[in-house]
Write a protein that binds this ligand. Structure first.
Ligand code: ASP
Length: 297
């Protein structure tokens, strides 16, 4: 038997001072991780993700970014160490995309995208929800203005257009030694409709297997190119401590891209991000005591 651990993050670049969000998510998820019911790790990462999706400070669920055309399309995934995966990409008008990912696990498929994902949610009784927030409208207006004026940030030069990002995610280890990961995002600030980032792609934005669970955040295109979560996972499987594995992968991300990782294994947990900027928290539950680790704000 191992002791339960859950970690959550609010996205690479989300200020460390917002780590109260992930901490609240971990504390809320603890009861699901320790209630002795089946699927503790999976239920815990879902509940942690829902708390963060509902927190408007983070770019997922409520608070998700708008695309260049003003639409809001979101990506989310769940995966477990016994091989279950459920993923949605470019889904619209769902308050909690991670709950739709849970429904996909029970379908014959691994991943649903676009209108098909949205229709699936409706058929499964998920109500339509307008995701527009003043924050998203403001970011969208500023992004369009930068496009018009050409005053793009270094990371926006390509299309000229990527930009601010953010994502939420959680990894957990249950007392029975099983693992699970959740991840949910509104993508980046400048995106074409239909763009899918790393988050819902198993091996890129997340990875889970018998050796542990990994969740990534940051520049999605670069994370996909590198299969970054898989790389962290392979380090862990090869015997590295998750902290070392997360730090090593962050160190390989070429500027101007940024990335952050949280990971858990039988050996413990790790969290690391470019310039150490990522709202995050880790909770361990040992001998009836809770201990929390998060950046000093
Ligand atoms: N990785 C996410 C994406 O590219 C954004 C982020 O994590 O900041 O969609």
């Amino acid at each position: 038997m191992s002791f339960p651990i859950i970690l959550a993050h609010g996205g690479a670049g989300a200020p460390n001072r917002d780590s109260d969000g992930p901490e609240t998510a971990c504390k809320h998820a603890l009861k699901f991780l320790t209630d002795g019911e089946i699927d503790a790790a999976l239920r815990a990462v879902i509940e942690a993700a829902v708390v963060l999706e509902d927190d408007v400070r983070f770019n997922a669920g409520t608070g998700a970014n708008m695309r260049i055309d003003g639409s809001i399309q979101m990506d989310a995934i769940l995966a477990t160490s016994d091989g279950r995966i459920g993923s949605v990409a470019a889904i619209e008008k769902c308050r909690n995309p991670v709950r739709v990912a849970r429904l996909v696990i029970d379908s014959p498929h691994v991943m649903l995208c676009g209108d098909g994902a949205t229709q699936f949610a409706r058929h499964r009784g998920v109500p339509e929800h307008d995701m527009t927030t003043p924050k998203a409208q403001d970011r969208h207006a500023k992004a369009l203005e930068r496009l018009k004026t050409g005053e793009l940030r270094p990371t926006e030069q390509k299309w000229r257009g990527r930009g601010m990002h953010g994502t939420i995610g959680a990894v957990a280890r249950a007392a029975d030694g099983t693992f699970a990961v959740s991840c949910s995002t509104g993508g980046t600030s400048m995106m074409l409709p239909g763009r899918v980032g790393d988050s819902p792609i198993f091996g890129a934005g997340t990875m889970c297997g018998e050796h542990g669970a990994v969740c990534a955040t940051g520049d999605g295109e670069e994370i996909i190119r590198r299969l970054a979560s898989m790389r962290v996972y392979l380090r862990i499987a090869g015997g590295e401590h998750p902290q070392q594995a997360c730090e090593a992968e962050v160190a390989t991300i070429p500027a101007p891209y940024v990335a952050g990782f949280i990971a858990v294994s039988a050996a413990g947990f790790g969290m690391a991000a470019t310039k150490d900027e990522m709202a995050r928290a880790a909770l361990e539950y040992r001998d009836g005591k809770v201990s929390i680790q998060r950046p000093a704000s």
